[in-house]
Design a protein around this ligand. Structure first.
Ligand SMILES: Nc1ncnc2c1ncn2[C@@H]1O[C@H](COP(=O)(O)OP(=O)(O)OP(=O)(O)O)[C@@H](O)[C@H]1O
Ligand SMILES: [Mg+2]
Length: 457
């Protein structure tokens, strides 16, 4: 087993040597006779424990502890004081010491025990903070529903990039959850305690947007009666989410490009250069790549923005998530409307699955809300759905359901089975293409084929 490293600082040689002899069985002991030489060692390599006398030449033990605690990997610090100096002990704890011990009556056993206790304490804290981090991770992603392959891949990227300050560009059709992902990135980042500031670029005229983002000085333009702090400054230390980035004009594109390169900007009407520590997340439902190619969006800015690119799948590309999403929205709106609706009828679910969802998850959410409002029973029926999604048949009852589903008594699992069957048939049994169509990994599809006994399809 590797012994923990211990640095003993005392200007009296007999004490240093005595402590070394007493402790070297349990620790890898290093010695220093002054604060300065101790600091030199501490800066060169990290120690687990620092045991220092209060009285040192030039610089006292408290100052040494304060400096040691400011290192990136601070050691556990224990101060040795003269017997009875309680005030000094209190002061030591304030400066970051983990423990103190009266030198005069110090017993080696007790010292050994105290060091061990401080080390256990530290291990516990590290474990707690790891647990807290995990909890945060779950918290940030708990609102994002779906376990299809495309959404899993998105969440993997989110987890990976959240801790860095790299700019992220989120692409996807309207209603696919771009804003939701932007929020998750902020929440999972070390910036989560600082502000997340959102700007909807399309909602403002170019001049207003510029002063909104960068701020302006009093009198910068007609109507600028007061100095204004921009969103960049407000987002200091945090994240700035630029929604609908495809809509910003050429002047602003240049200003953004400069910020991304140098982290500097000026308020409108000011020549004073400011800096801000802000992480940029941008989103658009436009084809920015195409715009960059055609010259309507700066190519260089496009490349700077998409250091990390996240493409959100359309809902129709991850239909296997639809039952789960629908049920979650159903719960939400039933509660909100004071109704006790527990499920969808198979026919309703099937109508949802057959629809193309140009408005993606947002459209699904609104459709479920509509259905909850119109529902009279304890299950959502197809007739409760908006007419765009379910056209009420006026022809003979019992006409076949769209896309060849059998409708009697389907459960969510059954619907899933039917989806798998349909995809396999449409792809003539080719599992790779069928998996892609369903938004599942090949392995997951394989499992489902097995579970539903569809091996012969
Ligand atoms: N995976 C998901 N799980 C749960 N809810 C989702 C998911 N994706 C989107 N939503 C919900 O759908 C709605 C639309 O999401 P959001 O506003 O993030 O979309 P968007 O991509 O920003 O759309 P737009 O381009 O129109 O601005 C929100 O109510 C959001 O909570
Ligand atoms: Mg949005």
């Amino acid at each position: 087993m590797i012994k923990p490293s211990l640095l003993i600082v005392d200007d009296e040689k007999p004490t240093r040597e005595g402590l070394r002899t007493a402790l070297e069985d349990h620790y890898d002991v290093y010695l220093a006779e002054s604060g300065a030489s101790a600091m030199e060692l501490l800066e060169k390599e990290s120690f687990d424990v620092l045991l220092t006398d209060f009285r040192l030449p030039n610089e006292d033990g408290l100052k040494l502890i304060a400096r040691a605690k400011s290192l990136s990997k601070p050691p556990i610090c224990i101060l040795m004081t003269a017997y009875g100096s309680e005030e000094l002990a209190v002061e030591a704890m304030k400066k970051g010491a983990d423990d103190y011990i009266a030198k005069g009556r110090m017993q080696i056993d007790e010292l050994d025990m105290r060091i061990a206790k401080a080390m256990r304490q530290r291990a516990l804290e590290a474990e707690n903070s790891a647990l807290r981090q995990q909890l945060n991770n779950r918290f940030g992603l708990e609102n994002i529903i779906g376990d299809s392959q495309p959404i899993k891949e998105v969440l993997d990227i989110v987890r990976q990039v959240a801790p860095s300050r790299a700019p992220v560009l989120i692409l996807g059709e309207t209603g696919t959850g771009k804003e939701l992902i932007a929020k998750a990135i902020h929440q999972l980042s070390p910036r989560s305690k600082q502000p997340l500031v959102t700007v909807h670029c399309a909602a403002l005229s170019p001049t207003i947007l510029e002063s909104e983002l960068f701020g302006h000085e009093k009198g910068a333009f007609t109507g600028a009666h007061e100095q204004r702090i921009g969103r960049f400054e407000k987002a200091q230390g945090g994240t700035l989410f630029l929604d609908e980035i495809g809509e910003i004009d050429a002047t602003l594109q240049i200003k953004l490009l400069r910020f991304l390169g140098e982290r500097t900007f000026e308020r409108v009407g000011s020549s004073k250069t400011l800096t801000a520590d802000v992480r940029l997340v941008a989103a658009t439902n436009r084809n920015l790549e195409e715009m960059a190619r055609l010259g309507t969006f700066r190519n260089d800015l496009f490349f700077r923005l998409r250091v990390v690119e996240i493409r959100l799948p359309a809902l129709r590309e991850r239909l296997t998530d639809l039952p789960l999403l629908s049920l979650s929205f159903l719960k939400e709106f039933s509660r909100e409307n004071g109704k006790a609706i527990s499920d969808f009828t198979p026919e309703a679910l099937e109508a949802l699955l057959a629809y193309s969802w140009p408005g993606n998850v947002r459209e699904l959410r609104t459709a479920v809300e509509h259905a909850v409002v119109f529902s009279r029973g304890d299950k959502i029926t197809a007739r409760d759905l908006p007419p765009t999604i379910y056209k009420k048949p006026n022809a003979s009852p019992g006409q076949p359901a769209p896309r060849g589903f059998k409708t009697d008594d389907l459960t969510v699992k059954e619907v899933e089975k039917q989806l798998v069957v349909r995809a396999l048939r449409e792809c003539a049994g080719n599992r790779t293409t069928a998996a892609k169509k369903l938004g599942l990994s090949r392995r997951t599809l394989h499992r489902k084929i097995h579970a539903y006994h569809l091996e012969n399809l």
